[in-house]
Design a protein around this ligand. Structure first.
Ligand SMILES: [Zn+2]
Length: 252
């Protein structure tokens, strides 16, 4: 396929067309507003909370098993004490009696120690349980919020996606007349302004982007469409009113 040669005027018209399409896309983006960001932020937050609560839940599950083990330990010790007490009734000498008493004392100490450990652990998980409850409530609330925002966004997407697709298709065509270098400049200028305007027209003898004055000689140059002219102040590409579509072409 042979590449078509484009005149400066073709390029200017191409740029204006590109600008119009991009502005339409910007309008759709404005309509969606902060919703896409809010949705992804909420999704991240929920994922983070779920990871944390999952870990905490595992810890608490271990805690229950650990406490059950400690309770069993106490039961064993109590059984031992009972057994030693029975043996005390049949002791044959003082030495045996003292040995049994010592064993009983050891088991009682063991029970006390285990009970203290259980109390400490109980206090420790208390705060973890409280946090887990809070986090679970927060997750539920955030999920509701996410659902609402998603629905809102889906509605806008449904309403605009047809138009958006059409614009994107047209954009491909609009690129044809605009060469690579110009397209890069266009995108760079567009990005540097909040309103996304890279192509503007003359408005009351001024740049339609930054409103600084345009001298008559420059206006003539813009209208001759022989050169791509950018505003000396803001760097935006300037096109005449006809190309901008605000005035009808007048035959000389
Ligand atoms: Zn300007």
């Amino acid at each position: 396929m042979a590449t078509k040669e484009y005149t400066v005027e073709d390029k200017l018209r191409g740029l204006q067309h590109l600008q119009d399409l991009c502005s339409k896309l910007d309008e759709i983006t404005i309509l969606k507003g902060e919703l896409p960001m809010e949705v992804s932020d909420l999704e991240d937050e929920i994922a983070g909370l779920e990871t944390r609560t999952g870990k905490l839940q595992a810890e608490l599950d271990n805690f229950d098993a650990d406490m059950a083990e400690k309770r069993n330990g106490i039961k064993d010790a109590e059984a031992m004490i009972k057994k030693y007490n029975e043996q005390l009734n049949n002791v044959k000498n003082n030495r045996e009696y003292e040995a049994l008493n010592k064993e009983i004392e050891m088991q009682q100490l063991e029970i006390q120690l285990t009970q203290k450990r259980m109390r400490d652990a109980e206090n420790d998980v208390e705060s973890k349980r409280a946090y887990l409850d809070e986090a679970k409530t927060a997750i539920a609330t955030k999920k509701e919020e996410l659902e609402a925002k998603k629905n809102e966004l889906d509605k806008i997407i449904k309403e605009t996606e047809k138009e958006e697709k059409k614009i994107i298709k047209e954009l491909d065509k609009a690129h044809e007349a605009v060469d690579e270098r110009l397209l890069k400049a266009f995108n760079r200028i567009r990005k540097s302004y909040r309103n996304g305007l890279a192509v503007v027209t003359i408005s009351r003898d001024s740049c339609g982007g930054c409103f600084s004055g345009i001298p008559p000689q420059r206006k003539l140059e813009i209208r001759s469409r022989k050169k791509i002219i950018v505003c000396e102040h803001c760097g935006r590409i300037l096109v005449d009113e006809v190309i901008a579509g605000v005035e009808e072409e007048v035959e000389a």
